[in-house]
Write a protein that binds this ligand. Structure first.
Ligand code: DGY
Length: 320
């Protein structure tokens, strides 16, 4: 008998075929829309494996209804959507997809940093709205990237990959992390800093740490006040790490210069969200890892994790 698996989003055929070969597969057939909670609650009761996205809240109450469940394979590196301790208590293995999305997410982080510093979306809209009447000396002036100081909060794989890119722009790089990363310091000429020092000295503050109980609201009123008036905050990690109300006020009152956000506390972000009313915010819809190649690799890694556990083996990327 094949193990039963539920897949929470339609994925490319090659992934579906691979899963169907080894499992009795059921799935939510939309590519865009997340599976409704009621459907997930029903489906999870039966299955041995769940292949899910970061949009699904895999909490204790859901896990308590899953009597056969052996594995939750998350198609993301972040797993703040899953109650890891509840899964552990139930003996359910949780897996993620690290490594394959590092460079793509670092590319996007740097693109967002540049777009925010040089006001690229605003400048493009300016032109298309017919506002460009003449070249003028201080028109749409932004902040320099080359030679500035970048402060990276979270020196894991993606932090290192962003630092590597910053090296090419002759940036001075500070970082803050739970543990010092001596190897990265030596390789990339990074300087370790306490959070306060990093916030005070950086021209760009880049949030690249996972969302945990410890990092929730890590950047709030006090931290934003420490940043330079010309400072730019970039967040491509998770929304909850930066307090959005505090960020709104810091931007509105010009305590900081701009922000580039790929992630929000509530996703999709409401069009009524106050941050979306500010001209000095560049927003993206959580597309850090969104290249065709990388998203396919993430699906492959999640598939491998899931199938290994269902085969009674250790998966390549267990978490918690
Ligand atoms: C992740 O993997 O955690 C990203 O946020 C989506 O790629």
């Amino acid at each position: 008998m094949k193990p039963k698996v539920y897949l929470t989003r339609k994925l490319p055929d090659e992934i579906i075929n691979q899963l169907s070969e080894k499992c009795e597969l059921r799935m939510w057939s939309s590519e865009e829309e997340p599976v409704p909670r009621a459907v997930l609650e029903r489906e999870i009761q039966e299955v041995d494996g769940l292949f899910c996205m970061l949009t699904e809240e895999i909490d204790r109450s859901l896990l308590e209804n899953a009597s056969n469940l052996k594995v939750v394979a998350n198609m993301a590196v972040g797993y703040n959507n899953i109650d890891i301790s509840a899964a552990k208590e139930k003996g359910v293995v949780v897996t993620n997809t690290p490594g394959v999305l590092t460079e793509t997410t670092a590319d996007l982080t740097f693109a967002l940093l540049m777009a925010t510093a040089r006001r690229i979306p605003e400048a493009s809209t300016y032109l298309r709205k017919g506002k460009w009447e003449a070249w003028s000396p201080m028109q749409l002036t932004g902040q320099d990237i080359h030679g500035s100081t970048l402060g990276i909060i979270g020196m894991g794989r993606i932090g290192e990959a962003v630092a590597k890119r910053a090296r090419g722009f002759d940036m001075n790089i500070l970082y803050h992390n739970r543990r010092r990363n001596q190897e990265a310091e030596d390789k990339l000429e990074l300087q370790y800093a306490e959070l306060d020092q990093l916030l005070k000295e950086s021209d760009f503050v880049c949030v690249l740490t996972p969302l945990t109980a410890e990092t929730k609201n890590l950047i709030g009123v006090k931290e934003l006040r420490m940043m330079k008036k010309t400072g730019i905050l970039i967040n491509t990690a998770r929304g909850g790490i930066v307090n959005e109300e505090a960020l709104y006020h810091a931007l509105k009152e010009e305590d900081i210069w701009a922000a580039g956000l790929d992630v929000f506390a509530e996703e999709p972000v409401s069009l009524q969200h106050p941050l979306l009313t500010l001209p000095n915010v560049v927003t993206l819809p959580h597309i850090g890892s969104a290249s065709v190649t990388t998203r396919l690799k993430m699906a492959e890694v999640a598939t491998e994790n899931l199938l290994k556990v269902l085969d009674g083996e250790k998966p390549p990327h267990p978490v918690g």
